[in-house]
Ligand binder design. Structure first.
Ligand SMILES: Nc1nc2c(ncn2[C@@H]2O[C@H](COP(=O)(O)OP(=O)(O)OP(=O)(O)O)[C@@H](O)[C@H]2O)c(=O)[nH]1
Ligand SMILES: [Zn+2]
Length: 345
């Protein structure tokens, strides 16, 4: 069977990056699933299992973010003994990164080359504002277009009102209440996974991601968890990350429950997720105003005047603090690595 890779998002940019690897025993493919050392990859001839070539392993030893992940476009090499290896990862257009919570402060790439990153939050029980803000910052940081999906809209008396309220947390982000059960707004979601497009889902366990993937695919491709407890807290079921191909083209990426998914060390995602605060901050007297108690702080004026919610500023402060801690850790790690190198000489 031959697959038309353009339905999966293959385009001229990827094709030109691929050209310098091109040889008769090579092919281009997209990673559907990445396990330790082995990837499931789709190329024009079908699905294969591929191991990592020495060069890829070597690069990744110094920087784990260079390991192939779900959504990556890779160069496959087909050996005479039928083995298949991944010889290279083509430059990524967008990336979702998880900051590992251990001391080693490098990021792990969860998913690559998605066009839209949907933050998935159940409308019931009460949506968690802080989690939405955090995940939206991560979505912005990925470089893809963020989207906020409020799942299980059938469990809310007035989903549109909840959506309007939450839109304040999400400047510049479309907010969509959806229900798989009632088939509410599912076609609107499908637009983001139309042929050539990739939609990634980011949300806590039990948010309804697998149910949505199955609805988009039109057939069960992911296990859906049975919620046993009455308060709606789910068990953790999805431990892997899969790129699911939709029957009509397009793809959906499910990322696991978000425990441990954090921000990396850049403030860019934060600035975009909090564009309302960034706009006001442009009028602060000092360029590097921290909106604590500096004179001439426009953000403090906005809070006092009621045009900016105090909890919104509190969320911004908390996430900014995390980013600062994280970048300090990275600096320390880099300094430590340099020290180790010196000692070895
Ligand atoms: N009422 C209602 N329940 C839904 C809807 N979508 C999903 N659910 C339920 O929510 C629960 C969790 O759904 P999952 O799809 O397994 O959640 P998940 O985000 O994939 O969870 P993990 O796999 O743990 O990451 C299941 O019991 C679903 O039946 C919906 O539209 N309406
Ligand atoms: Zn200020």
């Amino acid at each position: 069977m031959s697959h038309d890779l353009s339905r999966l998002g293959w385009d001229e940019t990827f094709a030109s990056a691929y050209r310098r690897f091109d040889r008769s025993d090579a092919s281009a493919g997209r990673v559907l699933r990445a396990d330790r050392g082995v990837c499931t990859v789709l190329d024009a001839t079908g699905v294969t299992r591929a191991s990592l070539a020495g060069g890829v392993l070597l690069t990744a030893a110094g920087d784990p973010s260079r390991l192939p992940c779900a959504g990556d476009w890779v160069v496959l090499r087909h050996w005479p003994d039928r083995r298949v290896t991944i010889e290279g990862v083509l430059p990524r257009r967008t990336t979702l990164i998880r900051r590992t919570s251990d001391k080693d402060s490098t990021g792990q790439v969860l998913a690559a080359n998605m066009d839209t990153v949907a933050v998935v939050e159940p409308i019931h029980p009460e949506p968690d504002d802080a989690r939405i803000e955090r995940l939206l910052a991560l979505a912005w940081e990925s470089g893809a277009q963020p989207l906020l999906l409020l799942t299980k809209s059938d469990t809310s008396a007035d989903p549109e009102a909840v959506a309007r309220q939450l839109a304040e947390l999400a400047p510049g982000v479309p907010v969509l209440p959806i229900s798989v059960r009632r088939h509410h707004n599912i076609d609107a979601v499908r637009e983001h996974a139309r042929p050539g497009r990739t939609l990634a889902l980011l949300g806590r366990s039990g948010a309804g991601k697998s149910t949505l993937v199955n609805a988009l695919a039109g057939t069960p491709v992911m296990p859906v968890q049975q919620i046993r407890d009455v308060d709606g807290k789910g068990r953790h079921t999805t431990a892997y990350r899969n790129l699911v191909l939709l029957p009509n083209g397009g793809a959906v990426l499910d990322t696991p429950g978000i425990r441990g998914v954090g921000l990396l060390d850049t403030a860019e995602g934060l600035d975009r997720a909090f564009a309302d605060i960034a706009d006001i901050a442009a009028r602060c007297r000092f360029d590097d105003c921290r909106h604590d108690s500096e004179p001439g702080c426009a953000v403090a004026v906005a809070v006092a005047g009621g045009s900016l919610a105090p909890r919104r500023l509190a969320s911004w402060r908390k996430l900014r603090h995390e980013i600062e801690v994280e970048s300090a850790r990275q600096t320390a790690r880099l300094a430590g690595a340099a020290g180790n190198r010196r000692r070895r000489h």
